[in-house]
Design a protein around this ligand. Structure first.
Ligand code: MF3
Ligand code: CO
Ligand code: CO
Length: 275
């Protein structure tokens, strides 16, 4: 049985396993948080350049959030000490900003979550550094298609499993591996809430999607096998077979007749090339 809980205003929201159903106040809050996430990801395109350190991007992301009156939701989250995650090549997710520099040919995910007026805008995009191989560019393109095909299934009356089924079918058509260990998630006042949005699933299974549900869809797709391992730093997830991995993430809300994407680029730069 799925438990749904109405969130109408400023009440305290806890992680009790229920799926939250939000009202117009929530949509308004998510629009602002999502718009900031998208503006930041637009700017990141200029910062991910050969020779730049990943820490320099993290610093600029933090500054842009603070300037806008938001805070990085990742800063201090379960001991994480950075303002975004930067995952290069075979890093699947949760790459930690450091003195490491971007190199020609890298594919890079930057994942940001501004917390603005109590609402979380969670989004990530891929960036291409210089000359990127055709097979890497194809992985990035197909991963973006996976995200958008998942979002297409997000409408009232459909089930959560319809999203993962669409993503998995598309990725596996190219013999790519869909990562199972990390999922999309409910969000809103909370960063990570129910439900878990798995990216490989059976159509017609799982909770029914209802207007007012907020969630992320954030497929991680590997050029090789789906298997991942965690590095000793406790955060960095990499592909076991060292194959390339790509990811895109949007925060969305289910509306009366479809879906609203809170984290769309204001300039149409949702995927590379960004020029
Ligand atoms: N933004 C990530 C997500 O999509 C979560 C990062 S948590 C961190 O859910 F602590 F690693 F930053
Ligand atoms: Co997320
Ligand atoms: Co994210």
């Amino acid at each position: 049985m799925t438990d749904y809980q109405l969130v109408t205003g400023d009440e305290t929201v806890i992680r009790d396993g229920s799926i939250k159903l939000h009202t117009e106040a929530g949509f308004a809050g998510m629009r602002r948080a999502g718009a900031l996430a998208a503006e930041i990801l637009d700017a990141v395109a200029e910062w991910v350049a050969p020779g730049a350190t990943t820490a320099s991007v993290d610093d600029k992301v933090r500054a842009m959030m603070l300037d806008a009156g938001a805070v990085p939701a990742t800063l201090g989250y379960r001991g994480y000490e950075h303002s975004c995650c930067i995952s290069i090549n075979h890093v699947v997710c949760h790459g930690i900003p450091s003195e490491k520099t971007f190199k020609d040919g890298d594919i890079v995910n930057v994942d940001v979550t501004p917390l603005m007026d109590g609402w979380h805008g969670d989004s990530s995009r891929m960036y291409l550094v210089g000359d990127v191989s055709l097979k890497a560019r194809r992985l990035v393109e197909v991963t973006y298609e996976c995200l958008m095909l998942g979002i297409e299934q997000a409408r009232p009356g459909n089930r959560l499993g319809d999203i993962g089924a669409a993503i998995q079918a598309h990725a596996e058509q190219y013999r790519y591996g869909v990562v199972r260990e990390f999922c999309g998630h409910g969000l809103g006042r909370l960063f990570h809430d129910a439900p878990e949005v798995v990216h490989a699933a059976k159509a017609g299974t799982g909770p029914v999607l209802k207007p007012g549900m907020f969630m992320t869809i954030e497929p991680m797709i590997n050029l090789g096998k789906p298997w991942v391992k965690l590095l000793n730093d406790g955060w960095t997830a990499v592909t076991r077979d060292k194959s390339l991995s790509a990811q895109f993430e949007h925060s969305i809300g289910i509306t009366e007749d479809g879906v609203e994407i809170f984290t769309l680029s204001p300039t149409g730069r949702d995927k590379p090339p960004y020029a």
